[in-house]
Design a binder for this molecule. Structure first.
Ligand code: SI3
Length: 289
């Protein structure tokens, strides 16, 4: 059974502090209404890389406290500060997170040996399993098939969150590592990723669009490719509109239309403008009502 995860957003107040009530509302909405299989906590969509260390801890605590054992939880602990990544890996493991994930270290053009050392260090002292978060478009780090192979020599490294439009590599990865967990990260490319055999998907737009994405997965599994294509087209109309209106603040604004207080994004992310608010209302009316 393929799994669908929402990449959890963080609700912020205007001053950049965390809006705990709003963050809890989004978690509940994902579990009770969207009926997702899991949440990816502390990822790009959660604005992890905008946050202080204390805020990261706060979000990890809120998410597991609210979600309890209702859904699977993956905590993204990767950080340019390896000591922080190791600390957070232990912190979330102690909180009870069943999986951890870590973005490839970026900015300094690390060598593969350094990247490998980063992953092995993160998992070394924790009794947990790690999913590599590969997102070359934002990190500038592309891992090759052989490099994934080397990382998988560590048995605690169990999979990849594959946010990459390179489908040649995805096919190679899927077939070289049939037992590894491969989760697709680009919501607008879910169908081709399903065709190549991913085990599920993690994404930002599933916060709003999980039911359609689940229906697409089910149609795909049932062999109804025409239906799956139509559902992907409908999803992509929504995703295109969200991207055109600035995706993260817009998802939060659409949440508001759904009666969920999702707060705002944290600066320097864009703050809502009257045009953006009007755009989000239109997106809700056109694609989600
Ligand atoms: O870490 C995360 O929050 C994600 O799951 C990111 C996810 O891959 C999203 N990528 C980014 C950069 O936000 C996608 O869900 C993406 O927003 C969506 O496919 C629209 O392009």
């Amino acid at each position: 059974m393929k799994k669908l995860y929402s990449a959890l957003m963080t609700a912020f107040n205007d001053d950049g502090s965390i809006n705990e009530a709003g963050t809890r509302e989004m978690i509940r909405y994902n579990i009770d209404v969207n009926k997702v299989d899991g949440l990816y906590v502390g990822g790009s969509t959660g604005e992890n890389f905008n946050m202080s260390h204390e805020q990261k801890e706060q979000v990890f605590k809120i998410a597991i406290d609210e979600a309890k054992n209702d859904v699977d939880l993956i905590a993204q602990v990767g950080s340019l500060d390896l000591n922080e990544a190791k600390y957070l890996a232990k912190f979330v493991t102690d909180l009870g997170y069943p999986h951890i994930s870590a973005v490839t270290p970026f900015y300094y053009n690390y060598t593969f040996e350094q990247i490998k050392d980063y992953y092995n260090e993160i998992v070394k002292d924790v009794d947990n399993e790690l999913i590599i978060y590969s997102i070359p478009a934002l990190t500038g780090v592309s891992l090759s098939l052989d490099q994934f192979d080397e990382l998988f020599e560590n048995p605690k490294i169990i999979g990849i969150k594959y946010t990459n439009a390179d489908f040649f590599l995805l096919e190679r990865v899927r077939n070289r590592f049939p037992d590894k967990l491969i989760l697709s990260g680009f919501d607008e490319m879910l169908l081709p990723a399903l065709a190549l055999g991913v085990d599920g998907a993690i994404g930002s737009t599933y916060n709003l669009n999980a039911k359609r994405a689940k229906a697409e997965m089910n149609a795909f599994d049932a062999g109804d490719i025409d239906k799956a294509r139509q559902l992907q087209k409908d999803s992509n109309d929504l995703i295109s509109a969200l991207i055109a209106n600035d995706i993260y603040p817009s998802i939060k604004l659409v949440f508001k239309e759904l009666g969920v207080n999702a707060g705002v994004t944290k600066k320097p992310m864009a703050q809502p403008t009257p045009e953006m608010i009007a755009g989000a209302k239109k997106i809700y009316n056109d694609y989600l009502k």
